[in-house]
Ligand binder design. Structure first.
Ligand code: ARG
Ligand code: ZN
Length: 865
C-alpha cells in the first residue's frame, strides 16, 4: 500500500537554494545493452569516487527499475548491503573509489511516457533530458555529474541493422542467433541527460563537413528509407549551422561524426545528445508537397538549435536544472540570429516577438509565471517553457545590445573558454559577460530573479518655446506568484524622434531605464517629434504611449526600423479593435489607409508586408483587455477584416494573381511571394466576395506546394461553404497516409475560426486516425484547439471539458504531454465569472483523478491558486 500513498501525497518541492555538490562523482561508465523491444537488459559499470570528506552512502537514482544484480568491486552484494529508497539504489561504501555494477531489465515497447528507452515506429531510441536516464539504469541523474561513456549495443541484425550511440564508433561485430553488436566511445565527459542510443532499420543521408581547422566530420541524417528524399533541407541547415557557429562564435565541432535520427513519437522538438541528436520527425522531414515554408524554417531553426547546443549546453552544461535557461535561452538566441542571417532579419524579429507575446507574455501574466531562473519546481519537465526559452533568449539579446557585437563576443569567448567541460550557472554566464565585455550587470541580474512582464509608460512632452522634448518613462512590474513586490529592472530602450515634416530622425539612441521613473531630455525640436520606441523590440516589455492614431499611421508609413514600423501598424489596429469591442463607433479609415499604403509600397519586402498587414490575433487582443470577451473580440476582428477585404478588394485580387509562381523555389523572394499571396487570399475571402471560396478552392487544388495548399484550406475552414467540405475531404484522402501531413489536417480544423469548431474537435477526437499515443497528433488536435481563443472559450464550457478529458486520458500514458495542455485552463482569472467557474471546475475534476502524475498535479494545482 506504500505505492498508493505516495501517488496521492503532494509531490515534493525542489528548491534552488538547496543545491549542494554531488557526494559521489562518476568519472567513467560502461554500458552494455542487449536490446529488444519486449525485453532489454542493461548492465552498467560505474567508477565512482567520493567527492570531498563525508560519510554519505552512494545514491543512484532509479525510476521504475529493479536491480537484478548489484556488484561492488566485482563482488555481488548481499541483499542487505543495498536498498531502494523511492526508486533509488542506496549503497553504503567504505573507500574513496569503487567500481559499481548493476543489471536491470526494461520493456521499451511498454514505455508510453517516451522518457528513457522506448520504441517508436519499429525503432528503439532514448530521451533522457531532463530525468529519463534514471529510467534506463541506476545513476546519479543530475547534470553536474559528468562521465566518460563507453557503450556496447547488441540487437537482432535484421530488425535493427543500424546501432548508434554518442561519440565515435569504435568496433562492431556479429554475435549469435542473427544478432550483431557495436561499440561507441564518447571522449567528452557529459551529464547523463545527454546520453542517447538508437537501434533500427534506418537509411542515411550522408555528407561531410570540414571544420575551420581542417577536421573532417562525417554527417548522417538517419530516417526510414522512404523518407530519405525529405532530408535535404535538414542537411543543408546542419552544414550552414556548423559554418555559422565557426564564423559568429568561433566554435568548431569536436567529434569525427555527427548523427541525427528522426523519430515519429517524441515529446518535444528535438534533443541535443552529444554527437547523436534525436529529432521529432517534424523538424527533419520536409518537401514541397508536404511542408509549408513555416515548416522549412522550423527544420532549419531546430537543426541549428540542437547543433548549437554542442557548445551552449554540451561542452558547457548546466550545474542544476534551475540553470536551464543558461543553455536554452542562450541557444534560442543563437538559433534566432542564425535564422535571421539565413533569411530576413526584419521578418524573423517580427515572428519571434509574435511568438514571445503569444506564449511567454501569457505565461508571465498567469498562475504559472516564473523567473527565467526559477526558485523551485515539483517536476522539471514543466519548466521547459516559453519563459526559460524565449524570454531567456531576450535577456541574452539585451546583453548583446548593451555590449555591442564585439564586446558580446569577448564575453561569450570568455564564457566558453572558462567553463569548457564544466557544469555552469547563469551567474557564471553573467559574470563572463561583465568581465569579458566590460560592463556592470548588477541591476540587470534582476531579469533572472523577477518574473512578470514589465510595463513601460512613455509620455513625450514638447515645449515649442525652448525646443525641448522630455520623454517621461515609468516602469512597473506586476505581481506574480510568490513575488508581490518588484524592484525596477534595467531596461534598454532604443528610441528615435521623428520629424513629422521630413519623416526622418537624428539617429537612434539607446536609453537605459533603470529607475521606476526617469526623464530624458532632448534639445533642438522646433516642432513636436513623433516617438519611435522599443525599436527592434530592444526589451521584452509592454510599452504604453500617448501617441495618437495619426502618429501611429505616420510611423507605419515612415519608420526606418522595420519592427517599429510593424508595431505602429499593429497598435493602430489594436486601438481600433479595442474601441470596437468596447462598443465605441469605429473609425477604421486610418487602418485601411495604412494597409493600402503598405501593400502598394514598391520598396517593401513582400514577406514584411504580409506580416505587417495581418490583424493582431484574437488572443493578443484578449491580452489587451482586463476581462477577455472572446465573442466580442472575434466579432470585432471579423468585421475589420471584412472591411479591409472589401475596401481594398481590387488590390487583393491583383496581388493574388500577380504573386502566382510557376515552379517551386525556396528562395526568400519566392517564400515572400507565397506569404503575401496567402494574406491577399485571406482578405479577399474575408471581404465576402462571392467568388472568394471558389478562388480559395482553386488555389487549394492547383498549388504545387503545401504553403499555398494549407493556407487555402485554412481560409476555407474559417467559413461555411461547399468548397470547405470538399477541401477537407480531398486533403484527408490525399495525405491520410502521411502522419505529419495528417497532423495538419487535424490542426487546421482545430484552429478554424468557425462556430462549430468545438463540436468538430469533439468528433475529430473520435476519428479513426486520432491517437493519444503520438504527441504530435495530440498537439495538432487539442494543443491547437486550446490555442483557438474563440472556439476554446465557447460559452458552453464544452471546450474546457474536451481538453480536460484529453488530459485525464493521456496522463497515465504520457504525463509530460498531458501537462502541456493544462496552462490554457489556468487562465481563468482573465475571463468572466461564468467561464472562470467552468474552467476551475475542470481543473478540480482533473486534480480529483486518482494516481495523477506529478507533472499534471503541479500544473493543475498551481493553476487553481
Ligand atoms: N534540450 C531540448 C532542446 O530544447 C529539449 C528537451 C526537452 N525535454 C524535456 N523533458 N522537457 O533542445
Ligand atoms: Zn534547446
Amino acid at each position: 500500500m506504500a505505492d498508493m500513498q505516495s501517488s496521492t501525497a503532494a509531490p515534493a518541492i525542489i528548491r534552488r537554494c538547496d543545491y549542494s555538490p554531488p557526494d559521489w562523482l562518476v568519472p567513467t561508465i560502461a554500458l552494455d545493452f542487449d536490446l529488444d523491444p519486449a525485453l532489454t537488459s542493461v548492465r552498467a559499470t560505474l567508477s565512482v569516487t567520493r567527492n570531498g570528506d563525508h560519510d554519505q552512502p552512494l545514491r543512484l537514482d532509479g525510476d521504475g527499475l529493479v536491480p537484478l544484480e548489484v556488484k561492488v568491486d566485482g563482488a555481488v552484494l548481499a541483499a542487505d548491503d543495498w536498498h531502494l529508497e523511492a526508486g533509488s539504489l542506496i549503497i553504503a561504501l567504505t573507500g574513496t573509489a569503487h567500481s559499481i555494477e548493476t543489471l536491470v531489465e526494461l520493456v521499451p515497447e511498454n514505455n508510453s511516457k517516451l522518457m528513457g528507452l522506448y520504441a517508436s515506429g519499429g525503432l528503439l531510441c532514448t530521451q533522457c533530458e531532463a530525468e529519463g536516464f534514471r529510467r534506463i539504469t541506476f545513476f546519479p541523474d543530475r547534470p553536474d555529474v559528468l562521465s566518460r561513456y563507453s557503450v556496447r549495443l547488441t540487437a537482432d541484425k535484421a530488425r535493427f541493422p543500424i546501432l548508434l550511440a554518442n561519440g565515435d564508433p569504435v568496433e562492431q561485430g556479429e554475435g549469435d542467433d542473427g544478432r550483431h553488436w557495436a561499440r561507441w566511445n564518447d571522449p567528452f565527459p557529459k551529464p547523463c541527460y545527454l546520453f542517447a542510443l538508437v537501434a533500427g532499420d534506418l537509411a542515411c543521408n550522408a555528407d561531410r563537413f570540414v571544420t575551420m581547422s581542417g577536421g573532417a566530420v562525417q554527417l548522417g541524417i538517419w530516417v526510414r528509407e522512404a523518407d530519405l528524399p525529405r532530408t535535404a533541407h535538414a542537411m543543408q541547415a546542419l552544414k550552414d549551422s556548423m559554418a555559422w557557429d565557426e564564423r559568429v562564435y568561433g566554435r568548431e565541432y569536436d567529434l569525427d561524426v555527427f548523427n541525427i535520427v528522426a523519430v515519429a513519437d517524441f515529446n518535444f522538438g528535438a534533443m541535443e545528445n552529444k554527437g547523436l541528436n534525436i529529432f521529432n520527425s517534424r523538424y527533419i522531414l520536409a518537401d514541397p508537397e508536404t511542408a509549408t515554408d513555416i515548416d522549412y524554417d522550423g527544420v532549419e531553426g531546430v537543426v541549428a538549435h540542437e547543433y548549437f547546443h554542442n557548445w551552449s549546453g554540451n561542452r558547457v552544461t548546466c550545474r542544476d536544472w534551475f540553470q536551464l535557461s543558461l543553455k536554452e535561452g542562450f541557444t534560442v538566441f543563437r538559433d534566432q540570429n542564425f535564422s535571421a542571417d539565413m533569411g530576413s532579419h526584419a521578418v524573423k524579429r517580427i515572428e519571434d516577438v509574435r511568438i514571445l507575446r503569444a506564449a511567454q507574455f501569457q505565461e508571465d501574466s498567469g498562475p504559472l509565471a516564473h523567473p527565467i531562473r526559477p526558485e523551485s519546481y515539483m517536476e522539471i519537465s514543466n519548466f521547459y517553457t516559453a519563459t526559460i526559452y524565449n524570454k531567456g533568449a531576450e535577456i541574452i539579446r539585451m546583453m548583446a545590445l548593451m555590449l555591442g557585437a564585439e564586446r558580446f563576443r569577448a564575453g561569450s569567448d570568455l564564457y566558453f573558454d572558462r567553463h569548457d567541460g564544466q557544469a555552469a550557472t547563469c551567474e557564471d554566464f553573467v559574470a563572463a559577460m561583465e568581465e569579458g565585455g566590460g560592463i556592470d550587470l548588477t541591476q540587470f541580474r534582476r531579469w533572472y530573479e523577477q518574473a512578470g512582464t514589465p510595463h513601460v509608460r512613455a509620455l513625450l512632452r514638447h515645449d515649442p518655446v525652448t525646443g525641448t522634448v522630455e520623454l517621461d518613462l515609468q516602469q512597473s512590474i506586476p505581481p506574480t506568484p510568490g513575488q508581490p513586490d518588484k524592484q525596477p529592472m534595467a531596461i534598454p530602450l532604443r528610441v528615435a524622434l521623428f520629424d513629422p515634416a521630413t519623416g526622418t530622425h537624428q539617429g537612434d539612441q539607446l536609453l537605459m531605464l533603470t529607475e521606476a521613473q526617469q526623464s530624458f531630455r532632448f534639445e533642438g525640436f522646433t516642432a513636436a517629434p513623433i516617438l519611435s520606441i522599443n525599436r527592434g523590440f530592444s526589451a521584452p516589455v509592454i510599452v504604453e504611449t500617448n501617441r495618437s492614431q495619426d502618429d501611429l499611421a505616420f510611423l507605419s508609413a515612415c519608420d526606418d526600423d522595420p519592427f517599429a514600423r510593424y508595431e505602429a501598424m499593429q497598435q493602430l489596429m489594436v486601438n481600433v479593435l479595442i474601441g470596437a469591442i468596447a462598443g465605441q463607433p469605429v473609425d477604421d479609415a486610418a487602418v485601411i489607409a495604412a494597409v493600402r499604403n503598405t501593400i502598394t509600397d514598391p520598396l517593401l519586402d513582400p514577406a514584411f508586408i504580409a506580416e505587417t498587414i495581418r490583424l493582431p490575433s484574437e488572443a493578443y487582443l484578449g491580452d489587451q483587455m482586463a476581462v477577455v470577451d472572446a465573442d466580442a473580440i472575434h466579432a470585432a476582428r471579423e468585421a475589420l477584416q471584412q472591411r479591409i477585404g472589401a475596401e481594398l478588394e481590387p488590390l487583393w485580387r491583383d496581388i493574388h494573381s500577380r504573386t502566382k509562381a510557376n515552379g517551386f523555389s525556396l528562395s526568400p523572394a519566392a517564400k515572400g511571394a507565397r506569404k503575401l499571396r496567402n494574406a491577399a487570399l485571406h482578405y479577399l475571402v474575408a471581404s465576402g466576395a462571392e467568388d472568394g471560396p471558389a478562388i480559395a478552392f482553386a488555389q487549394f487544388h492547383e498549388a504545387d506546394n503545401m504553403t499555398e495548399r494549407q493556407a487555402a484550406l485554412a481560409t476555407l475552414a474559417n467559413g461555411t461553404s461547399a468548397e470547405r467540405d470538399a477541401a477537407i475531404d480531398i486533403f484527408y484522402n490525399r495525405y491520410g497516409h502521411d502522419a505529419l501531413t495528417l497532423d495538419k489536417w487535424f490542426q487546421t480544423q482545430a484552429f478554424a475560426l468557425h462556430p462549430d469548431t468545438v463540436d468538430q474537435v469533439e468528433e475529430l477526437g473520435r476519428h479513426k486516425a486520432f491517437t493519444l499515443s503520438n504527441p504530435n497528433r495530440v498537439r495538432s488536435l487539442y494543443g491547437a484547439f486550446a490555442g483557438n481563443q474563440w472556439a476554446f472559450h465557447h460559452r458552453s464550457g464544452k471546450g474546457y471539458q474536451l481538453v480536460a478529458d484529453c488530459i485525464i486520458a493521456l496522463d497515465s500514458r504520457n504525463p509530460q504531454t498531458a501537462a502541456r495542455l493544462v496552462p490554457p485552463l489556468g487562465r481563468w482569472k482573465r475571463f468572466d465569472a461564468d467561464r472562470a467557474a467552468l474552467m476551475r471546475a475542470q481543473l478540480q475534476r482533473i486534480l480529483a483523478q486518482p494516481g495523477l502524475s506529478k507533472d499534471v498535479i503541479e500544473q493543475a494545482s498551481k493553476s487553481l491558486e
